[in-house]
Write a protein that binds this ligand. Sequence first.
Ligand code: PLP
Length: 217
Amino acid sequence: MLQQRLAEVEERLLNACNKAGRRRDDVLLLAVTKVFPADVILEAHALGLRDFGENYVQEFEAKSPAVSHLEGARFHLIGHLQSNKARKASELFSHIHTVDSAKLAGRLVGEKDIFIEVKLSQEEAKHGCAPEDLGTVVDAIQAMPSLKLRGLMTVPPWDDDPEKARPYFIRLRELATRYKLPGLSMGMSGDLEVAIEEGSTVVRVGTALFGKRQKPQ
Ligand SMILES: *Cc1c(COP(=O)(O)O)cnc(C)c1O
């Protein structure tokens, strides 16, 4: 089942890269395993996946002992991070996509790959750095020697129509260009083609690989 879905996702990625004149190697497939048990990560790893995205520090803390030994595996935090969990998150994850302030960045411990989450929509529930504060946060993080600032991340408002996400992806790319950041963590199961057309370097894919989650999120 997973093997079949992975093949379908790979075909979508390849087609989108071809259409955009990009190389498949330039887009990382981040497998989003939130809500699923550790077994699912083991199965995905056996099929060759190496990058795994999780949303909740506590949930991954419970799964981590079963998967931390996996050869070459990298674990990415893609859910909102509270300051008081920054230390724990630093132990569990090598990549953090949801840094939204210099203060939070300053609480991370050890060498980390960082994306700054940018809030591009007006939705109350969304986290992220306001675009007008981005320059300050970029400068502050780039002055922290143990953090490698890879790029920007965003989550557009949910919509059935992937074209609705395009303006958000364009805006994120423009901001990344302005601050000379190479990485763009954008695109999910429903809109990865549009994200790749607009320059995504990391697509975060859950449902298309693992099926529907029990909890909505
Ligand atoms: C859950 C989640 C995803 C994966 O979404 P799917 O639609 O299941 O592919 C990607 N990014 C973030 C931030 C998420 O919370």
